[in-house]
Design a protein around this ligand. Structure first.
Ligand SMILES: Nc1nc2c(ncn2[C@@H]2O[C@H](COP(=O)(O)OP(=O)(O)OP(=O)(O)O)[C@@H](O)[C@H]2O)c(=O)[nH]1
Ligand SMILES: [Mg+2]
Length: 480
């Protein structure tokens, strides 16, 4: 397998200047967020060997990408190849000779051209924010001489400069079969699919293989959406049915303040458990979409200022009052509960930043602004034999379930928007994303409201589950 190639399998080598974002492009395209598998770094010359990245579905390799070291001395390499051609125009024969004979003098160029000489197609990555210097023109010339199918990708690493980009496009247009934009830090599923379709356009010979990968990717996205819907459904059910209890003894009633203290402890336990369920769900979503560098974020430092943002949180997500009223009425819910937003609504200045969206719904329910829990005490429940118990259930707010759902849908959208080529650890950037449930069609709201009500009562309506699941899948597809 010369140069990491097998003639049966279409191969594309990703080439370009050091630091152009070649590895990042492949990482995003193939969803690899692990530096152990694919190194991305601000240090130029990070990739020093050709690295084959096979695309395998159903145990079979359908397509192969090759990450390559960057061009280091393109102008000198171009002159060398021209010298080999003498008075003629250089072509694939000179490229092959260069690969064989110039390893010592041009180790990087020889390595990156080797797979092209062996038959791989070209994906040339450039940063269109950089001026189009002679050294880039030399790279473009060399790649043209390979005679291989060629796709150029503009991967902007900074602020776009329209005149520069036009210059790049004009020049690349003369030497490449296609020119496309692929932002390695921003591209999502749709852009990844378009990149593969571009390969289909430039390399008709292997169309079947490439199409197979495009289809497999689409099927996989559908399957993931279903897994995500299942995770969210299970989260909602466990969160809405969550109850915590605490035994109550005779002296709890006789010593003043003691019951109140117990209530407060009980509330704290409830919200901690809720946060745990939430974290578990976000972890599942991250896993479904193959993200390892993002934490579900439960860092309390990120949540400061949240208590204040509480009212805005309830207003920003979930349904608004009228939507709640409508959903509640249609679902046969108690209209009286509808106007209870669960918190003292204090007005906040416009533009208050809700820093903790990424932090979790748990953060919404914190400190003095905790919504009131339904707490029942005094002989209503029997726990462990004769002990009387105090039971804390869901917050009284009619919007509780909607806020939980919205927070998961928003995170799901944030996960889809996160490119695997990024290597910064961190949390999802979802603060700017708007409420999803407010856009739901009314039949969906009614269905969910009914199911929520059954969960809140502690007896989830299993008969409705398949429908709820189907609606969640639809909602996730709309949010993608
Ligand atoms: N802002 C931004 N930075 C990017 C983008 N693509 C790559 N980078 C950054 O650019 C640097 C180089 O990225 P790599 O993917 O390692 O580049 P490379 O072309 O593989 O580099 P070598 O292997 O050294 O030739 C890294 O710090 C990346 O995070 C992008 O689309 N946007
Ligand atoms: Mg690299």
């Amino acid at each position: 397998m010369e140069g990491g190639m097998n003639p049966e399998i279409p191969a594309f080598a990703v080439v370009g200047r050091v630091n152009a974002g070649k590895s990042a492009t492949l990482a995003t395209l193939l969803e690899i967020d692990d530096d152990e598998l694919l190194r991305i770094s601000a240090t130029p010359g990070e990739t020093t060997e050709v690295q084959p990245l096979p695309v395998v579905y159903d145990g079979q390799e359908w397509l192969r990408f090759l990450d390559t070291p960057g061009f280091q001395q393109p102008v000198e390499a171009m002159r060398e190849i021209q010298r080999m051609a003498g008075s003629g125009v250089p072509g694939p024969a000179e490229i092959a000779r260069f690969v064989k004979e110039c390893r010592d003098k041009f180790p990087d160029e020889a390595r990156l051209l080797e797979p092209l000489a062996a038959g791989a197609g070209v994906i040339y990555v450039v940063d269109p924010c950089k001026p189009l210097r002679d050294s880039f023109l030399a790279e473009i010339e060399i790649l043209r001489w390979t005679g291989r199918p060629r796709l150029a990708l503009l991967n902007p690493q900074g602020e776009a400069v329209p005149e520069l980009e036009r210059e790049w496009r004009d020049r690349l247009g003369t030497a490449f079969n296609l020119v496309r934009t692929f932002d390695a830090h921003e591209a999502r599923y749709e852009e990844r699919r378009r990149l593969l379709e571009a390969l289909l356009q430039i390399e008709e010979h292997h169309a079947g293989h490439i199409r197979r990968v495009i289809d497999a990717m689409a099927n996989e996205m559908d399957a993931r959406r279903e897994e995500a819907a299942e995770a969210i459904l299970e989260f909602l059910e466990s969160a809405l049915t969550l109850r915590v209890s605490e035994p109550v003894e005779a002296r709890d009633r006789s010593v003043p303040g003691r019951l109140e203290k117990k209530k407060a402890e009980l509330e704290a336990r409830y919200f901690k458990k809720l946060a745990g369920l939430e974290e578990e769900c976000v972890k599942r979503l991250l896993k479904v979409y193959r993200h390892h560098l993002i934490a579900p974020d439960v860092d309390p430092a990120r949540h400061s200022g949240l208590d204040l943002a509480m009212a805005e949180t309830w207003q920003k997500w979930g349904l608004n009052r009228w939507q709640l009223a409508a959903a509640g009425a249609m679902a046969g819910g108690a209209a009286g509960a509808v106007f209870d937003l669960g918190v003292g609504v204090h007005s906040l200045g416009a533009g208050t930043v809700i820093g903790a969206v990424s932090g979790g719904t748990a953060a919404f329910f914190k400190g003095s602004a905790l919504p009131r829990l339904k707490i029942r005490t005094g002989g209503l429940e029997l726990v462990r034999g004769e002990d009387k118990a105090m039971v804390a259930g869901p917050p009284e707010s009619a919007n509780f379930a909607w806020v939980l759902l919205d927070s998961m849908l928003i995170r799901h959208a944030g996960i889809l928007a996160r490119a695997h080529g990024r290597r910064d650890r961190g949390v999802l950037e979802v603060a700017e994303l708007a409420s999803r449930v407010r856009e739901f069609p009314s039949e969906r709201r009614t269905l969910l409201q009914k199911w929520f009500a059954s969960c809140l009562k502690g007896s989830p309506d299993r008969g409705k589950e398949p429908e709820v699941f189907a609606e969640l899948v639809k909602a996730l597809a709309e949010g993608g």
